[in-house]
Design a protein around this ligand. Structure first.
Ligand code: ZN
Ligand code: ZN
Length: 406
C-alpha cells in the first residue's frame, strides 16, 4: 500500500480512537480498563508529568505559572476554543471563496447551488453557531425556579429534591450546576467548549442545528470542492491529487502541486466531518432516547451498582406516582414503607454524590406534616424505567419546541 494511503488511514484511526477515549473514558462501563486509564492520562496524568518535567527544567516559578494557566484554561469560562472554531470556519470559508467559488457555476454545480445552496450553507453554519453560543441555555433563577419545578418532575432515582449549595435555590429535576457558567441550568446536557456555553433546555435545539450545519458544511463542502477539482482529478487520479513528489527529494507531501489551498481544505474538512458526524449522531441518539449527556453517567452509575451489589434501593414519597420502576408490584422488587418529615427546600437529600440514595431525615426538627416514604429494592436493570423518555418522536419534539420556563 502506498505510504500516503497509510498516513491518511492512520490519521483517521488516531482521530477515532481519541474521540472514543474522550467520550467513553469517564464511563463506569470502562472502569479499570485501558480506555479509562488512557482518559486519566490525557486529562490528568499527562499534565502532572508535564508539570514535573517543566519544574525540573525551568524551575518551580515557571511550572507554577504554566499550571495556573492550564487551570485557568480548563476550569474557567473563556472563549479561546470558541474563537478557534470561528477562525477555522472563517479561514475555510475564505479559502473557498477566493480559490473555489469564482469557478462556479460548473455543469454539475449549477446556478441554484452557486447562488442559493452554497450561500445558505455558509450562513446556517454561522447562524447556528451564534445562536448556540449566545442564547440562554435555561439558567435556573429564583424567578423561574417554580416554573422549572412544574415542567420537570423528580424521578427519585436520578434526581431528588435538593438545593444547589452555590446558587442556594432548589435544583429542578434534570438540572445541573455548571461551574463555568456559574449557574444551575435546566435540563443541562453538558457544557460545550466549542460554543463556550452550556447546552440546556432552551438552546439544545440550536446546538442540534449547529451540529447538523457543521456536519452538512463539511460533507457538502467536500463534495463541492471535489467537483471543482474534478477536471484535475480525472486527469491525474485522486491520490496523485493529494500528493506530489517533492522536487529533488524522495518524500511525498500531502498537497497538490496546483491547488495546494483547495486540496488542503478538502482534506481538512473531510476529516472534520468525521468529528461532526460522530458527535451529531451521538447527540441525536441521546435526544431520541430521552437522555441528556449528564444523565448517561447517572444511568451508568445505577447499572454499575446493580451489577456490583445485586440490587439498588429507590426511595421516594409514597404519593409519587411518576414511577421510575416498571412493574414494581411483581418481579424481584420489594417495597418497604416508613415515615419521615418532608425535607426543607434547603436540605440536600443526596449529599456530594450522584449515586441515588436518600438520607434519613427523621431527626429533622423543621416540623410540618409527616409523609410516607417507600423504599423499593430493585434487583434487575430491566425493572427500571426512564420517566423522561416519552418515545423518540415526542423526545425530539420537546427538544425542538421546549416548554417555556422564563
Ligand atoms: Zn447552582
Ligand atoms: Zn456551562
Amino acid at each position: 500500500m502506498e505510504s500516503h494511503v497509510v498516513f491518511v488511514i492512520a490519521e483517521i484511526l488516531f482521530l477515532c480512537i481519541f474521540l472514543f477515549i474522550m467520550l467513553f473514558g469517564p464511563s463506569p462501563t470502562f472502569k479499570n480498563t485501558i480506555v479509562s486509564q488512557a482518559y486519566d492520562f490525557l486529562t490528568d496524568g499527562m499534565w502532572k508529568k508535564g508539570y514535573n518535567a517543566l519544574r525540573t527544567v525551568c524551575g518551580t516559578t515557571v511550572a507554577n505559572s504554566a499550571s495556573r494557566l492550564v487551570r485557568c484554561l480548563t476550569s474557567e469560562a473563556h472563549p479561546l476554543i470558541q474563537i478557534f472554531y470561528f477562525v477555522i470556519l472563517t479561514a475555510g470559508v475564505a479559502v473557498f471563496l477566493v480559490n473555489g467559488y469564482p469557478r462556479l457555476p460548473t455543469p454539475l454545480l449549477g446556478p441554484f447551488q452557486t447562488y442559493v445552496t452554497i450561500p445558505l450553507t455558509i450562513f446556517s453554519a454561522y447562524a447556528s453557531f451564534y445562536l448556540a453560543s449566545f442564547s440562554d441555555p435555561g439558567k435556573v433563577t429564583s424567578k423561574n425556579v417554580a416554573r422549572c419545578l412544574e415542567v420537570f418532575e423528580y424521578d427519585y432515582m436520578l434526581f431528588t429534591p435538593r438545593t444547589c449549595p452555590t446558587c442556594l435555590i432548589i435544583k429542578p429535576a434534570r438540572s445541573k450546576h455548571c461551574s463555568l457558567c456559574r449557574a444551575c441550568v435546566a435540563k443541562n446536557d453538558h457544557h460545550c467548549a466549542w460554543i463556550n456555553n452550556c447546552v440546556g433546555h432552551n438552546n439544545h435545539r440550536y446546538f442540534l442545528a449547529y451540529l447538523v450545519s457543521t456536519a452538512f458544511i463539511t460533507i457538502y463542502g467536500s463534495y463541492v470542492i471535489f467537483e471543482i477539482l474534478r477536471g484535475e482529478v480525472n486527469e491525474r487520479g485522486v491520490w496523485n491529487m493529494l500528493v506530489r513528489e517533492a522536487p529533488g527529494a524522495p518524500t511525498r507531501k500531502l498537497l497538490s502541486r496546483d491547488e495546494p489551498l483547495l486540496v488542503a481544505l478538502l482534506v481538512f474538512i473531510a476529516l472534520a466531518c468525521i468529528l461532526a458526524i460522530v458527535f451529531g449522531t451521538y447527540q441525536f441518539y441521546l435526544v431520541l432516547m430521552g437522555i441528556t449527556t449528564n444523565e448517561t453517567t447517572k444511568w451508568e452509575d445505577i447499572h454499575a451498582i446493580i451489577k456490583e451489589r445485586g440490587y439498588i434501593d429507590i426511595c421516594r414519597p409514597q404519593k409519587n406516582r411518576g414511577s421510575p420502576i416498571s412493574g414494581s408490584s411483581g418481579g424481584n422488587s420489594a417495597t418497604n414503607v416508613r415515615q419521615r418529615r418532608p425535607p426543607r427546600a434547603s436540605t440536600s437529600l443526596v449529599p456530594n454524590s450522584s449515586v441515588p440514595s436518600w438520607r434519613d431525615e427523621a431527626d429533622d426538627e423543621s416540623g410540618g406534616e409527616w409523609e410516607t416514604l417507600e423504599t423499593i429494592r430493585v434487583r434487575s436493570w430491566n425493572e427500571l424505567h426512564n420517566i423522561y423518555d416519552r418515545g423518540a418522536w415526542q423526545n425530539l419534539l420537546v427538544t425542538l419546541f421546549p416548554p417555556k420556563i422564563n
